[in-house]
Write a protein of this length. Structure first.
Lengths: 115, 325
């Protein structure tokens, strides 16, 4: 259970960074909504788990946040990517693509390929 | 670098409790916003208001769990809990002052008693006397057990008749009034035999020491050797004090030297402010009487190759002689 949530947290952080990179500043609900749309059901339950991740990213300096007005003119906390965050996103994207490439190749391997 | 920044942020949050409360408020507000926005969306999708809100809550997940995760990320929960426990303990102690007093007193007494016992043991046992060749250095009890104290004539006999000791010195402790001319105070001194420093094999730090040939009967050799600590505290390390005259109990004495810093006397529980020859006492009677046992202890080094038992046997034979006279 714990391990699963750790993995989820790591991928969630990367998704947050990518979302902010593509869409610019967003509030928490906006980020959750966007990730939900793209990832299907991964975040359909427990949208709340996003907030500890946002805090962690902010403490690491990858994102920053300010109060602003949401679309219906309510006060909302807007998160945006920082320069460090952009750098981190680039590095982690590369890592992730490498990893998934390797894993992908492993799944394609059949017994006769190894003999 | 990233984790360092995060560590600092978390530490900062632990220290500044007020900001923590702000952040709690911020999270509450964000959660409320989040659920409100989701509810609006559900309403647009055609759900009834109650159902719209319910589903928004379900989708968000356990709010308390999120809050806890959030706090765990924010600072170090350990410190938060520790602080809370301490505050709780403090409140409980304030509620029952009687118990608090008893507990405090118990702790204070226990710690105090332990400290006293330790410092006494440290002085008596753990720290050896600071004299050269301490392994052959002995203090002596003579003739009757429980009697360290010796009369001056007995000391002279032991000193002159023994063949096992490389010299035998005597010392006694006393308090005295010191008048340096500009102010007067009380001080602890050792009254010592003239050969004291020679028997102990100690060299002066400054000036000279007195020796056996300086002794010329009662009232002679009015000399002072300062301990290093006293010289430092009372005379501010002034090398000019050698040769100066001060009054001890209204009698003039001349400062002739300063003992080395590491030498603090031969009785660990009392280091003297200075040393004077015991013959500087004026009343001749104290030096004639065998029954006046006023000398605190006799000390000396064994001669090379002499064992403790041999030395004891030698001194016991002198005891026998003294009993006959």
């Amino acid at each position: 259970m714990k391990q699963k949530s750790d993995v989820l947290q790591g991928t969630l952080a990367l998704m947050v960074l990518k979302t902010l990179d593509v869409l610019g500043p967003l509030h928490g609900y906006g980020i959750a909504r966007r990730i939900e749309q793209i990832s299907g059901d991964l975040l359909a339950v427990n949208q709340g788990t996003l907030y500890p991740v946002l805090l962690k990213l902010e403490q690491e300096g990858s994102i920053a946040s300010d109060w602003g007005a949401s679309e219906n003119n309510r006060r909302a906390r807007f998160y945006r990517l920082t320069k460090d965050g952009r750098k981190q996103l680039r590095a982690e994207t590369k890592d992730w693509q490498q990893t998934s490439g390797i894993i992908g190749r492993f799944f394609e391997v059949k017994a006769e390929d190894l003999s | 670098m990233k984790s360092l920044r995060r560590l600092l942020a978390r530490l900062f949050n632990v220290i500044t409790h007020r900001i923590a409360r702000d952040q709690d408020a911020r999270l509450r507000e964000e959660i409320a916003d989040h659920i409100a926005l989701q509810t609006e969306e559900n309403l647009r999708a055609g759900l009834s208001p109650i159902e719209a809100r319910r589903q928004a809550m379900v989708k968000f997940g356990g709010i308390e769990a999120v809050k806890q995760d959030y706090r765990a990320e924010r600072g170090f929960l350990f410190f938060d809990h520790l602080a809370r426990d301490l505050r709780f303990a403090f409140r409980m102690l304030r509620k029952s002052p009687g118990f608090t007093c008893v507990a405090l007193l118990t702790l204070a007494l226990a710690i105090g008693a332990n400290a006293v016992v330790f410092s006494a043991l440290n002085d008596c046992i753990l720290r050896p006397l600071n004299v050269p060749q301490p392994e052959s250095f002995y203090g002596m009890q003579f003739c009757e057990a429980n009697h360290n104290a010796q009369s001056y004539p007995n000391f002279q006999d032991f000193r002159d008749r023994n063949r096992t000791l490389d010299g035998l010195a005597a010392y006694d402790m006393d308090q005295v009034g010191v008048d340096t001319g500009d102010n007067s105070s009380r001080a602890w001194l050792y009254e010592v035999s003239g050969n004291y420093f020679d028997v102990l094999r100690i060299r002066p730090y400054l000036g000279i020491f007195f020796h056996s040939p300086d002794e010329h009967g009662a009232g002679s050799a009015p000399y002072i050797v300062l301990s290093y600590g006293y010289w430092h505290a009372r005379f501010q390390d002034d090398a000019g004090v050698v040769g100066r005259t001060v009054k001890l109990n209204e009698r003039p004495f001349t400062i002739i030297g300063v003992a080395p810093p590491e030498f603090k006397g031969t009785f660990l529980l009392l280091s003297p402010d200075f040393f004077v020859p015991m013959v500087s006492r004026e009343d001749a009677g104290t030096f004639d009487s065998r029954s006046g046992r006023w000398i605190f202890e006799l000390v000396g080094h064994l001669k090379p190759g002499v064992t403790r038992e041999q030395a004891a046997a030698g001194l016991n034979s002198i005891c026998g002689y003294l009993h006959e006279t």
